[in-house]
Design a protein around this ligand. Structure first.
Ligand code: ADP
Ligand code: MG
Length: 264
């Protein structure tokens, strides 16, 4: 039933989303500028090698349920829609990312997303595609350490609770304890924020995240919204299911903050 709905509305809705969110339509021109080196100064974590640029992003936390796989999947679809050469690495034995991509294949949703297994955690394999997103938890600590040693940056979704702030602090210590060629940029944002203004916990958690050492807080946050869960279970990104919804708008703001070099 959903497939019918998708087929009938998706093309028009996506077209509207591309018009509303200008950054997506400007990406090819900007990528060309990046590859010619015109923006090198503004893109410190992108490695340029000849005509191609590579960025390896780990999406990690110590805790399950913080939204790593959801973010990796949504960013993967967004990058693929923008014609970016992107690979996802599912390095979590839970294999949630692989599962959601399997649903996408079964439903024949486009664009197809390339998901590779833990065995792709080698320098050579990571440099086979321009953008790499690694979804990783703590169930496989070796894979986590390898990912942290090879990445350019780490994105940490932080649910708004004191326990998650403490856990984030521990995670940053772990990242910094890894011997790596590149000191990764560690970026934190609030995921699953409360939508009700009367609940102060989300802002308090954001304030605590700002004050944590060695992690760069970015303001765009994703709220706790059922559309993130519903879209994921359908094998769709949040902006495919509800292109004009609040969840999509939040996601676009976050994606723009994480990939500014693709936009302007
Ligand atoms: N912003 C959000 N709003 C609502 N549900 C979310 C949000 N982010 C993640 N979820 C849901 O929370 C659960 C755990 O998310 P997941 O991405 O699997 O976390 P992790 O990979 O860190 O274990 C999933 O059911 C997912 O749909
Ligand atoms: Mg996961």
């Amino acid at each position: 039933m959903w497939t019918d709905f998708f087929r009938s509305r998706r093309a028009g809705d996506l077209l509207l989303a591309l018009v509303v969110v200008k950054p997506l339509v400007t990406i090819p021109a900007i990528r060309q500028r990046i590859s010619t080196g015109a923006m090198i100064g503004a893109v410190p974590s992108v490695v340029l090698a000849g005509d191609a640029q590579f960025m390896i992003t780990v999406i990690g936390t110590l805790k399950g349920g913080s939204g790593k796989s959801t973010l990796a999947f949504n960013l993967g679809v967004w990058l693929a829609m923008a014609d970016v050469d992107v690979q996802l690495i599912d390095a979590d034995p839970q294999a949630t990312l692989s599962d959601v991509c399997d649903v996408r294949v079964e439903e024949q949703f486009e664009p197809r997303i390339l998901v590779r297994e833990r065995s792709a955690l080698t320098k050579e394999a990571l440099l086979e595609h321009e953008e790499t997103l690694i979804d990783i938890g703590t169930a496989d600590m070796d894979a986590l350490r390898t990912s942290l040693a090879l990445c350019d940056r780490v994105v940490v979704p932080v649910p708004p609770s004191q326990a998650d702030i403490w856990s984030t602090q521990r995670f940053v210590h772990l990242v910094r304890s890894i011997d790596s060629e590149i000191r990764p940029d560690v970026i934190g944002f609030i995921n699953r924020g409360d939508t009700h203004h009367a609940v102060r916990e989300t802002n308090e958690a954001a304030a605590a995240l700002v004050a944590l050492p060695d992690i760069r807080y970015i303001k765009p946050r994703l709220s706790q919204r059922t559309v993130f869960r519903r879209s994921f279970s359908e094998g769709l990104a949040v902006f495919e299911l509800e292109p004009n919804g609040k969840g999509a708008k939040e996601f676009y703001a976050l994606a723009a903050a994480l990939f500014p070099h693709l936009l302007s």
